[in-house]
Design a protein around this ligand. Structure first.
Ligand code: R5P
Length: 293
């Protein structure tokens, strides 16, 4: 029996109400396709446009990093407290339960170990495998000024083309060689090149002098990389300053999982990023969560 299309009057077309056209909350992302924006909206909280990403991909070039020796024991309990989890497919498949709710940002480059020239990377994941793993984004290292600069940029542009084909955002990670000066001028250059060549988000380091110029001159969201382990107050201060100076959150590893109380630290970082808690208050909060733990 076909649906009886009764009189027009029985249906509600709201002819006088203009259709809603919604923008997109994330910087520079309004012209992306629906699937791409949907994935970005899983990585970044649509309420404030920020993320606390937990980076545990270090093993892809440096093996069992301190704090990551047993991902099943040390990291899995932290996952409910992050907005996104950045890791390799090997650790994802072997050690992360598949009912994990956190969106996955998949490390997609690799090749050299710490024993070799790190900029000599290749793409290390087939985009079909990223799709199979239901990832929210893929991540790739870009070595501006590095020995294999052009190769790493070309890896990124190939990944961007693949990501665009399937609706998967690409996060470019600006890698800094030992010989390079870590200042705002360098990071403006590196981040802008990544964005100009198609990265949908960029992970880069905080610099105390001029970080706001790095975020301002990058047309897509920047997440702050953590770097080596600092005292908790310093790490909280760095995260606070980064988001106040325009970062759309953080992607931190060692400063969380090498902390004395990683769960308290990731929760404190969450307060800094999503509630603008000042560093000293966040440290107090960290201490209270540690005591409870
Ligand atoms: C960059 O080289 C990789 O993504 C690292 O494994 C990760 O970013 C390091 O995170 P963190 O410096 O916060 O320990």
């Amino acid at each position: 029996m076909p649906d009886v299309d009764a009189t027009k009057e029985s249906k509600q077309f709201f002819e006088d109400v203009p259709a809603k056209t919604t923008g997109f909350f994330l910087k520079g992302s309004g012209a992306l396709d629906w699937g791409m924006r949907n994935r970005l909206a899983r990585v970044f909280n649509p309420r404030d446009g920020r993320t606390v990403m937990l980076a545990i991909d270090h093993g892809y070039f440096q093996g069992p990093t301190t704090g990551l020796e047993r991902v099943d024991l040390n990291i899995v309990p932290l996952v409910p407290h992050c907005d996104a989890l950045m890791l390799t497919r090997g650790i994802l498949r072997s050690s992360i339960p598949s009912d994990c709710a956190a969106p996955i940002v998949l490390r997609a480059s690799g090749g050299p170990s710490i024993l070799k020239e790190l900029s000599n990377e290749e793409l290390a994941v087939d985009i079909e495998d990223a799709i199979r793993l239901n990832v929210a984004a893929v991540a790739i290292q870009v070595f501006i000024g590095g020995e294999f600069e052009t190769r790493s940029v070309h890896n990124m542009t190939r990944l961007v083309d693949l990501g665009l084909r399937y609706g998967i955002p690409v996060m470019a990670v600006t890698a800094v060689g030992k010989e390079m000066v870590r200042d705002a001028k360098y990071f403006r250059l590196a981040c802008r090149i990544c964005a100009e060549l198609g990265a949908h988000l960029v992970k880069t380091y905080y610099v105390p002098d001029g970080f706001a110029t790095v975020t301002a001159s990058c047309p897509v969201p920047i997440v702050m990389a953590g770097g080596k382990k600092l005292p908790e107050l310093e790490a909280l201060t760095m995260a606070y300053n980064a988001v106040q100076e325009g970062a759309a959150g953080v992607d931190m590893g060692r400063n969380i999982f090498q902390s004395d109380c990683p769960k308290a630290m990731i929760k404190a970082i969450g307060k800094v990023v999503h509630a603008n808690l000042k560093p000293a208050e966040a440290l107090e909060y960290l201490a209270s969560v540690s005591r409870e733990a």
